[in-house]
Write a protein that binds this ligand. Structure first.
Ligand code: PLP
Length: 405
């Protein structure tokens, strides 16, 4: 069960943390190998060897453009989803000045950038499912004449809520016709046909490790050509949009993974909806006090976010980890903190429920056996934590009685 470096191999793990990172598709691993070994030339070079690498990057760009529904010239390869998000918001303000607006549940890759703008950033509230409050958005846009960018995520990384981007676009185009609309679609590629959302926005971010590609490859789609200032300047790669030597192997693998994700999406949505529903129902049957944070109709098939009453998620995650079940509480980047996540706080989830949050996310390697094992392990772990709490309360009460008698 343990491999050469001492980790439990994939077959021994119950991996329900796909929103943090997906296992790479075997085809993507295979596609990147030659560019890590014999085809190592820098794609910006002028010799034939370099031109071969450049051709691979260009073909990958064509594939990404086809799946996303844009022109290849609108695709900018970046180093990660965070960089794409930063480039969209920071680059818009650098080019156009003015104000950036986003909802309170954005990933920190957007939220922190808007917050750091101080009085040139506006944060908009959300409803109990984490959807941006469209009336408040309209009010903020009406009251702020110089909005240069509005950024609204397509799918929330923590609770899986799907944004109705057509509605968001309608409000933004009406109330801030000069503003750019950016969507962080990092959590969308597995679940949503990107061709449906790209035409609604000016800028769209992706990250390859969320759809079976490697870490360290992001995409920023800039519709209609350059819309924002580059974040990274230097050698002028990516038509001066993003300098830095291309990660040829990663880009090639990202395109292969995206293409397969697009091919399998409809089937995977159906398959994983069944597994996700079974997981949530199974936990509800096995345990008292399990609340599904967002109803299935409003979220992607891979997301099973629940709040478990009477436990703290950090303690539960520790027991799950011991049993080789990979899950998370808040988003991976935020876990480790005992504060309830900013997403749940913005949705109005009360603090004690939020402290028992459990994010289980499914993906292309998830099986029915994973789901059944997760139900068993989570059930037993929560029982154990609740027994410990009951015993601790009994001990404290007994101590108090002794000390007063
Ligand atoms: N945006 C969302 C919605 C995410 O879920 C993540 C990663 O968790 C990011 C951005 C950041 O992407 P990356 O890990 O590629 O920097």
């Amino acid at each position: 069960m343990f491999d050469s470096v001492g980790w439990v191999t994939e077959s021994g793990l119950t991996y329900l943390d796909h929103a943090a990172s997906t296992p790479m598709r075997a085809e993507a691993v295979e596609a990147m190998m030659p560019y890590l070994s014999e085809l190592y030339a820098n794609p910006s070079g002028s010799h034939r060897f370099a031109r071969r690498a450049r051709r691979a990057v260009d073909e990958a760009r064509d594939t990404v453009a086809r799946v996303v529904g844009c022109h290849p010239n609108e695709v900018v390869f970046t180093g990660c989803g965070t960089e794409s998000d930063n480039m969209a918001v920071t680059g818009a303000i650098a080019r156009r000045g003015g104000v950036a607006v986003c909802p309170a549940v954005e990933h920190h890759a957007v939220l922190h950038v808007v917050e750091q703008l101080g009085d040139r950033g506006r944060i908009v509230g959300v409803d109990r499912y984490g959807r941006v409050d469209l009336d408040e958005l309209a009010t903020v846009l009406d009251a702020t004449p110089d909005v240069s960018i509005v950024s609204v995520m397509a799918v929330n990384n923590e609770v899986g809520t799907i944004t109705d981007l057509a509605e968001v676009a309608r409000v933004v185009r009406r109330h801030a016709p000069d503003a750019l609309l950016h969507t962080d679609a990092v959590q969308s590629a597995c679940w949503v046909d990107l061709r449906d959302i790209t035409p609604l926005v000016d800028l769209l971010s992706l990250s390859a490790h969320k759809f079976g590609g490697p870490k360290g490859v992001g995409v920023l789609v800039e519709r209609g050509g350059p819309q924002v200032e580059p974040l990274i300047v230097g050698g002028g790669q990516e038509r001066e949009r993003r300098s830095g030597t291309h990660n040829t192997a990663g880009i090639v693998a990202a395109a292969v993974a995206l293409d397969l994700t697009d091919r399998d999406r409809a089937e995977e949505n159906e398959r994983l909806t069944v597994l996700r529903d079974r997981l949530v129902a199974g936990l509800g049957d096995r345990l008292d006090g399990v609340t599904e944070t967002v109803p299935a109709a409003h979220k992607v098939a891979g997301s099973a976010h629940v709040c478990v009453a009477g436990i703290e998620s950090e303690a539960l995650l520790f027991l799950l980890d011991e049993a080789d079940v990979c899950a998370s509480a808040a988003s991976a980047c935020a876990s480790g903190a005992m504060e309830p996540s900013h997403v749940l706080a913005a949705m109005g989830v009360d603090r004690s429920s939020a402290l028992g949050a459990l994010r289980l996310t499914l993906g292309h390697t998830t099986t029915a056996a994973d789901v059944e094992r997760a139900i068993d392990v989570i059930g037993a772990s929560v029982d154990r934590l609740r027994r410990q709490t009951t015993a601790a309360v009994a001990r404290t009460t007994a101590d108090a009685v002794r000390s007063t008698s």
